[in-house]
Design a protein around this ligand. Structure first.
Ligand SMILES: NC(=O)c1ccc[n+]([C@@H]2O[C@H](COP(=O)([O-])OP(=O)(O)OC[C@H]3O[C@@H](n4cnc5c(N)ncnc54)[C@H](O)[C@@H]3O)[C@@H](O)[C@H]2O)c1
Length: 324
């Protein structure tokens, strides 16, 4: 059988580069399409074709898609929750219009399968835990709204056209390839672990811990941290599933385990041998106290389970990156 071809849109970014690496390791022929807005050239692999382009450029997108692909992975998006509340136009255009451009180009060129980067932010405040895929969606941010809208468009396309999708709802993505093969650090992350690393490395004075009076064992918020290598293997499994079964799914990707902010700080101090300077600050509006995933569907449909469950092991992969 000839090599199966996958177009990875957003493949120069943080998660995308790990996905490309996993696809190449699994024998897929990969083309990356990225505008390098937050993606980086050092994240590109010599074994993958690179096309610099924007998902808002429909002409270029159609041109690339006409190359014929067995599947698309769509990771290209703006992802800062705070920014999405201040500049919804940017998020509407880049995330929603951009995704629709991709799906139109797929349909126009007979490309039938897409794996889409969705997020646990579609759920909003948990009504119960762990969060399963049946939990009502009620995003608290415009960013989360863009993702649920895109899922709905994919659902309609799958009903009307020869179009199959798997939406992967990631929980908190963290870490780097343990073998050091990804060279570029995540750009502009507003997430906890990159900020803690900035403090440890002197790029930021201190960490603000928003709220220590939550109803959790140590009073700080609890989240489900999923390693990026685990995310990457789930994408490979999702593509294989789409290519064999041609059925659409929405699937959570998490560990099923929650870790508090103070536990993260302790782990970073343990792994790096350095003290994290932090201060407690008032709660932020809209931050749920506890979020973690039920990932049974991923096990059932994709035969996928997170390998990284120990927070120290995850932090070690980040520290390796910093030390380099
Ligand atoms: N990082 C997380 O914790 C997390 C959690 C849930 C979902 N996600 C989703 O995963 C995906 C990847 O996130 P990431 O953390 O790797 O972010 P990232 O910013 O590193 O990657 C996004 C990539 O898309 C590219 N891109 C953005 N807009 C584009 C456009 N208009 N045209 C072409 N390329 C464009 C960027 O250059 C970058 O390479 C995003 O869709 C994000 O919403 C991320």
């Amino acid at each position: 059988m000839s090599e199966q071809k996958v177009l990875v849109i957003g493949g120069a970014g943080y998660i995308g580069s790990h996905v490309v690496r996993a696809l190449l390791q699994s024998g897929f022929a990969v083309t990356v399409y990225d505008n390098l807005s937050t993606g980086q050239k050092i994240n590109l692999f010599a074994d993958a074709v690179f096309v610099e382009g924007d998902i808002l450029d429909t002409v270029k997108l159609e041109q690339v898609m006409s190359g014929g692909f067995d599947a698309v992975v769509h990771l290209a998006a703006k992802k800062a929750v705070g920014e999405s509340m201040e500049n919804p136009q940017l998020y509407a255009r880049n995330n929603i219009n951009g995704a629709i451009n991709i799906f139109n180009a797929m349909v126009n060129n007979g490309v039938k399968n897409v794996v889409f980067s969705s997020t646990s932010a579609v759920y909003g405040l948990p009504q119960y835990l762990p969060l399963d895929e049946k939990h009502p969606d009620n995003p608290m941010s415009f960013y989360g709204f863009t993702k649920i809208e895109i899922e709905r468009v994919m659902n309609w396309f799958s009903r009307l056209k020869d179009f199959n999708y798997i939406a992967l709802r990631y929980f908190n993505a963290v870490g780097y390839a343990a073998d050091g093969s990804i060279k570029g650090k995540e750009i502009n992350s507003q997430n906890l672990l990159p900020i803690v690393m900035d403090v440890i490395c002197g790029r930021r004075e201190k960490l603000l811990v928003y709220g220590n009076d939550y109803d959790t064992p140590d009073g700080t918020c609890i989240r489900d941290y999923i390693h990026v290598e685990d995310l990457a293997t789930a994408h490979v499994a999702a593509i294989k599933k789409l290519l064999t079964e041609k059925k659409s799914h929405i699937i959570n990707l998490g560990t099923g385990k929650g870790t508090s902010v103070l536990e993260i700080i302790k782990s970073v101090e343990h792994v790096t041998g350095k003290k994290v300077k932090y201060e407690f600050a008032p709660r932020r509006a809209g931050d749920p106290s506890v979020v973690y995933a039920k990932s049974d569907l991923a096990a059932q449909i994709l035969d996928w389970r997170a390998k990284y469950k120990d927070i120290d092991e995850i932090v070690k992969t980040i520290w390796n990156m910093e030390e380099k």
